[in-house]
Design a binder for this molecule. Structure first.
Ligand code: NAI
Ligand code: MG
Length: 343
């Protein structure tokens, strides 16, 4: 059966980088059928709509979603994040937010003395619970007595499923090491649930070596000893922050890929570059599409096209290694070069 892909180019550089992702996808796996969805700031400004229910239902019928980026400075904060991105993550139960960090040869890291190979880890961030569920409220808004709360929700089943997924990913990698990151010395309720579940699920994976770090120490070690990480599992907020550090140390925002994954495949998973719509460079043809192309590799991996996924990753590695330092990127040329390497 052929793959049905929903495509949300979005705003700014989103459609530009997605075009290159699709170019590479078409070259490595011909015959994928795609449907474009007009969502994001442009649609919001034109119609006031963010994610109509009918569109959500249509998206649910696809095998996967490829997203560029949504947003522009004219949209109030939260409208698209909560109304589109988080809504899809919750509705489609994307409980694994997967963010690989790898320093490719030819790419410079802001860290001194770090070589390709020193950074090669993946963060499994919980995607449907924690502080991001919107459990909170506000009292006496706008007065000196204003009180605002934001609660972190952690369910045993929610924590267990993401931890089990992370163990399985670690077990499939050569180093087989899994690090739990939390703050269980202070956040004792949630932290204890995470630590206990981590230990219990670990019994199913005797070959996986385990480690625990508080999030502040982990932030430091991402910078000072990135070599110590293989697979990292953590909650929604810690993962959001840690993965920006991971992107920064491994070549920056133009290379950082992500997947919002429902491993049960009950709903489509969504793959997207970590970066936003970059209005400052939109329309100039200079956005680096590599993050989107690497997100396509994650998509292929998720759908079981392992060989195609590896081809794309290797082609990206070759392209990065062949780049001349200081020469600006042309979006379409990167896509052309990688597409020709995989076809
Ligand atoms: P951004 O990621 O769009 O841009 C940050 C900086 O990185 C800019 O200088 C930009 O030119 C550069 N940059 C980003 N992607 C690049 C690429 N592929 N190649 C070369 N340079 C690149 O973040 P910013 O400026 O905070 O947000 C811009 C808009 O994007 C906002 O409306 C924001 O809400 C939205 N956004 C959307 C996301 C999504 O759709 N998942 C994620 C982050 C931001
Ligand atoms: Mg973020």
């Amino acid at each position: 059966m052929s793959t049905n892909l929903a495509v949300i180019g979005g705003d700014g550089i989103g459609p530009e980088v997605v075009a290159e992702g699709l170019k590479v996808l078409g070259a490595v796996l011909p015959g994928v059928s795609t449907t474009d969805y007009d969502l994001g700031a442009r649609r919001y400004h034109a119609t006031g709509e963010v994610l109509p229910d009918s569109v959500q239902d249509e998206l649910a019928g696809h095998d996967a979603i490829l997203l560029g980026a949504v947003g522009d400075p004219g949209v109030p904060p939260g409208v698209l994040e909560r109304g589109l991105l988080l809504k899809l993550r919750f509705a489609f139960d994307h409980f694994v937010n997967l963010r690989p960090a790898r320093l490719y040869p030819g790419v410079s890291s802001p860290l001194n003395g770090v070589k390709p190979g020193d950074i090669d880890f993946v963060v499994v961030r919980e995607g449907t619970e924690g502080l991001y569920v919107g459990a909170g409220g506000v009292l006496a808004k706008g007065t000196p007595r204003e009180v605002a709360t934001e609660e972190s929700l952690n369910s045993r089943s929610g924590v267990e499923r993401v931890i089990r997924d992370a163990y399985a990913r670690a077990a499939a990698r050569p180093r087989r090491k899994l690090t739990l990151v939390h703050k269980n010395n202070v956040l004792v309720n949630a932290g204890n649930l995470w630590a206990r579940t981590f230990a219990e699920v670990g019994k199913e994976f005797p070959d996986v070596a385990t480690d625990y770090l508080h999030v502040d120490a982990a932030s430091m070690f991402f910078i000072t000893q990135p070599q110590r990480f293989d697979v990292v599992v953590t909650d929604n907020l810690f993962g959001d922050i840690l993965t920006d550090i991971a992107a920064a140390i491994s070549g920056g925002i133009g290379l950082a890929a992500s997947g919002n994954i429902n491993p049960t495949k009950a709903f489509p998973s969504m793959f997207e570059p970590v970066h936003g719509s970059a209005p400052d460079i939109a329309g100039q043809g200079i956005a680096d599409p590599t993050a989107t192309i690497l997100s396509v590799a994650l998509l292929l991996q998720h759908l079981g096209h392992t060989e195609a996924a590896e081809k794309v990753e290797n082609a990206v590695a070759d392209d990065l290694a062949a780049r001349e330092p200081g020469v600006p990127v042309r979006t379409a040329e990167v896509g052309d070069r990688i597409a020709s390497r995989v076809s």
